[in-house]
Design a protein around this ligand. Sequence first.
Ligand code: 13P
Length: 253
Amino acid sequence: MTARMPLMAANWKMHFTADEAVALVKELNKGITRFDGREVVVAPPFTALAGVASALASSPIKLAAQNCHWESQGAYTGEISPSMLRHVGCDCVIVGHSERRQYFGETDESVNRKIVALVEVDLGCIFCIGETLEERQAEKTLEVLAKQLIGGLEGLGEEQAGKLVLAYEPVWAIGTGHTASPEQAQEAHAFIRDNLVKRFDNAVANQIRILYGGSVKPDNVDELMAQPDIDGALVGGASLKADSFIRIVDFEG
Ligand code: 13P
């Protein structure tokens, strides 16, 4: 199997002023001692991107935005384009997070447009998918994941797909403290990997990293990261404090 570099990403959601975000990233920069064999990404709110980008100027920590529009410019009040994010120093953008699907009308189609736009300007993309509790209880998890994958990856070629990172975030595990068990997460990740293998060249599919997100904490990260198809974590609540995110980045495995 192709070795995939683990990626540990902090999604700060709608937390922190620009100054608070800079202070936290400075603590992370000092506190993370283990950058070998892992990539670290932080995703502050838009208003903190510029400040965090300069604080990270000579740091291996990479910068992500939490959303973008698919157009490069125009009359889209309140929106931010991929090229603007690139300009401010972002390396990648989170797309299709379930909170955006749930509260802001994000659909597979809009997610797809955003992914295509990001690939076009050569920005990385963390493409999120995941089922709700009702869908899991109705045993529709795999069906939902397959549909989100088909919709989100529409029209993407192998070369474009090879640049993506996927994130499996079961909605019922986000912010609830109910982490998916390592077996449940591995089952979903293996299904996603299988789906990618069917669709793209084997080597491409095997190089795409699949992160797990949903109540990842210092005390469950090691067992999650021990699963063969879990290539990293997308962390919400436990990334808001330096010591817990530092421990997560420092996972064993
Ligand atoms: P929590 O880690 O707070 O469950 O959030 C996960 C998440 O949504 C990351 O994008």
